[in-house]
Design a protein around this ligand. Structure first.
Ligand code: MG
Ligand code: MG
Length: 249
């Protein structure tokens, strides 16, 4: 069932979204060669708690950390730890937080030092595809309009969208109905209505869209070893333009 959020619920989701956005912004300042992913996780966990939030990922289905940190060929669900970031890496950081029982969820891929031109292009295309998906999240459109916009733009640029993981509704649960695939057909899927809150999150591979899961049972990697990027926002469908809950204005 797709829930429509009340004004009070939306107010809590704005706060959750702000905490997530600020956490990502602060993490971005701390990403550089020599930093470990575990240090970033520790910072984020403390920051979320000091802001009055609850880390949404910690212990979620047994996940052992407060952020996902996925480097280079890792797509999503990377477990932060002792890995030291190196010049030329890209790192996708996913952050989730609850505030008064409501969730915000956002992700961003950051460059570490100087990255290749191809990696730059992957980040730019993935970020732009998220914006194009969000533009379609308007009342009266359907879920398939979002995925189709993302997929078309990504594939026109020679990259691929991951099929095995998708975006989602969000609210009292981090993952609610409906699923929000990053691929699809315009005019298909559930119809969007004001009050729906969605996490839209293109995962884009430089090579093919196939992924594999590492022996730690969490970390998702590209099957062909190519780079992968991930950008995500939680948004509110309104009567007009979508409101981005995890962007600092
Ligand atoms: Mg996320
Ligand atoms: Mg998500």
């Amino acid at each position: 069932m797709i829930t429509l959020k009340s004004a009070q619920e939306i107010a809590f989701m704005r706060q959750a979204g702000r905490i997530v956005a600020e956490t990502l912004q602060e993490l971005g300042k701390r990403i550089s060669p020599g930093v470990t992913t575990g240090e970033l996780n520790k910072f984020a966990e403390d920051f979320i708690k000091e802001a009055g939030g609850v880390p949404a990922f910690l212990n979620y289905q047994g996940f052992p950390a407060s952020i996902c940190a996925s480097v280079n060929n890792e797509v999503v669900h990377g477990i932060p730890g002792l890995r030291i970031l190196e010049n030329g890496d890209i790192i996708s950081i996913d952050v989730g937080a609850f505030y008064h029982g409501y969730c915000g969820d956002s992700a961003c891929t950051f460059p570490v030092g100087e990255i290749s031109a191809e990696a730059e292009r992957l980040l730019a295309v993935t970020k732009k595809s998220l914006e194009m998906g969000i533009e379609k999240a308007v009342s009266g459109n359907r879920i398939g309009d979002i995925g189709a916009a993302i997929q078309t733009f990504v594939e026109d640029n020679g990259f691929s969208v991951v099929r095995a993981f998708v975006g989602h509704g969000i609210g009292q649960e981090m993952h609610e109905a409906p699923q929000v695939p990053n691929f699809g057909r315009p005019g298909y899927g559930p119809r969007l209505e004001p009050g729906m809150t969605l996490a839209i999150e293109p995962m884009v591979n430089a090579g093919t869209y196939d992924v594999a899961i590492m022996p730690n049972k969490w970390t998702v990697v590209t099957k062909d070893g190519s780079l992968s990027a991930h950008f995500e926002h939680s948004i509110l469908v309104t009567g007009g333009q979508p409101e981005i809950l995890t962007r600092l204005s």
